[in-house]
Design a protein around this ligand. Sequence first.
Ligand code: FAD
Length: 451
Amino acid sequence: MYDYDLLVIGAGSGGVRAARMAAGFGARVAVIEDRYLGGTCVNVGCVPKKLYVYASEYSAHFDDAEGFGWSAGTALFDWATLRDNKKTEIARLNGIYRRLLENAGCTVIDGRASLRDPHTVTVNDQFLSAEKILIATGGWPSIPDIPGREHLLSSNEIFDLPRFPERVLVIGGGYIAVEFASIFAGLGADTVQLYRGPLFLRGFDDDIRRHVAREMPKKGLDLRFNLNVQAVAQRADGSFAATLTDGSVLETDAILCATGRKPHLAGLGLEHTRVRYTDSGAIAVDETFRTAEPSIYALGDVTGGMELTPLALAEGMAFARREFGGLDAAVDYDNIPTAVFCQPPIGTVGLTEAQARARYDDIVIFKSEFRPMKHTISGRDERTLMKLVVQRSTDKVLGAHMAGADAGEIIQGIAIALRAGATKAVFDSTIGIHPTAAEEFVTMREPVPGG
Ligand code: FAD
C-alpha cells in the first residue's frame, strides 16, 4: 500500500541510527537528507569541533613543554592545513555514513523533504509514501535580529573560514560559545567572549561555572559578562565594528554568534498534518516519539531535548526497537553525562548542587580544588575542581562535576557508577589510580563545612 514502511527525514545522529536499526528488523526504509550525511554532529558539530579543540590545545602544550626540558622553537599555526585536513576527514565520514545506510538496506535520497499529508513526502518533485514517517531534522542556529546581522557567523560557517581571523568576537554563554572562544584563543586569535547575563553556562553547577570563568581568561581569553552586541557594521578594510550595550565599540575580524539553536522545521510542510508543538516551538512527542499525528514520529534535537548526539542515538534505537522490532524500549533520561570542551574542559553527570538542594533537604557537598601535578613543573597557573553532591540519608552520590584536564574522559566512568546507584561509601572504598587527577574522586573524605 505504501512505498516504504518508514521514511526518515534527516540523516543525522538520530535519523541514521533509527533507519539502520529499522532496516535491520526487516522494514523497507528510505532516508532523505538535503545537506550532509551524518547531520550536525559529523559535519558542523561534535566531530569538527573536537578536531579544532585538539588543534587549539597545542599552543599550551608547546608552552608547558619548556619546563620539562623541551625547546621546540617558535610554534606557528596554519589555519588552512587544519581546515582542509578537517574537510578530508569529514568527507571520509560522509562516505562511511552512506555505506552504513546502504549496507543496512536503506534507500538514501539526496534532497529536501516536505510533507504533503500524514503519509506522503515530496522530494525532488517525487511523491513518496510510507506507513510511518520519522522527523529527525535536528536544530539550526538562531541569529538575533540586530542591525548588521548579516555579518554574524554561526557555528555552521565558522569551521570553514577562508582566512584565520586575528581577532574574534564570540557572542553567547552556552557550551558552543565557550568551546569556540577557547578554540580561537588557543589557536592564537585575540578572542573576546560576551555574555548578556552575569555568568555563563547556565544549567551547569554554579561552582563549576565560576571556576571556569576564573580559569578561561588565564589562557588569554577576554571574558565579559552583562554585555551584549547591539549592532554590527563592516569597515572598508573588511573588519567589523560591534557596538556593545554599554555604548563601547569593539573592533574584530570575525563574529561568531552562538546564542542558541531552534528546531529545524523550515519548509517541512507540517501544516499539512496535525503535528503539535511545545511552548518553545519544538515538535511535541510522547515517550514513544509519536507526535499528535499518529503516523508521524520525531526525535533528536527537533524535539527540543538536551541536544546531544548520544541521546539522539538512544532515541533512534528505542524508536526502531519499539516500532519495528516489537520490543518495549524506552530512553532513561536520568544521569545523562555531558562534557564541555572549553579550556579547562567540564565533565558533569547528575544533579547540580542547586538542583539537589531544591529536591532534598539533606545534601552534603565534597569538593577538591588543586593544581594538577603536570603544572608543578610546567609552571602554568591552572587549577582543577572536582565536586560530589551526596544525599546524607541515603549516602547516594547524586551528582559529579569536574572542570579540569580530561574531565569528559573521567566523568564518563563516574556516570556508570551513578547509574548503578553508587553511594559515597562505594566511592570511598574504591582504590585510587595513582598518580592521576581522577583519584581525587575516591579520596574526598571531608564534606564542605556547613554543607
Ligand atoms: P542532526 O544531526 O542535526 O541531523 C538533522 C539532519 O536533517 C541534518 O543533516 C539536516 O541537513 C537534515 N534536514 C533538515 N531538514 C531537512 C529536510 N527538510 N529534508 C531533508 N533533510 C533535512 N553533541 C554532543 O553530544 N557532543 C558534542 O560535543 C556536541 N557538539 C556540538 C557542537 C556544535 C557546534 C553543535 C551545533 C552541536 C553539537 N552537539 C554535540 C549536538 C549534536 O550535534 C546534536 O545533538 C545532534 O546532531 C542531533 O542529532 P539529530 O539527529 O537530532 O539532528
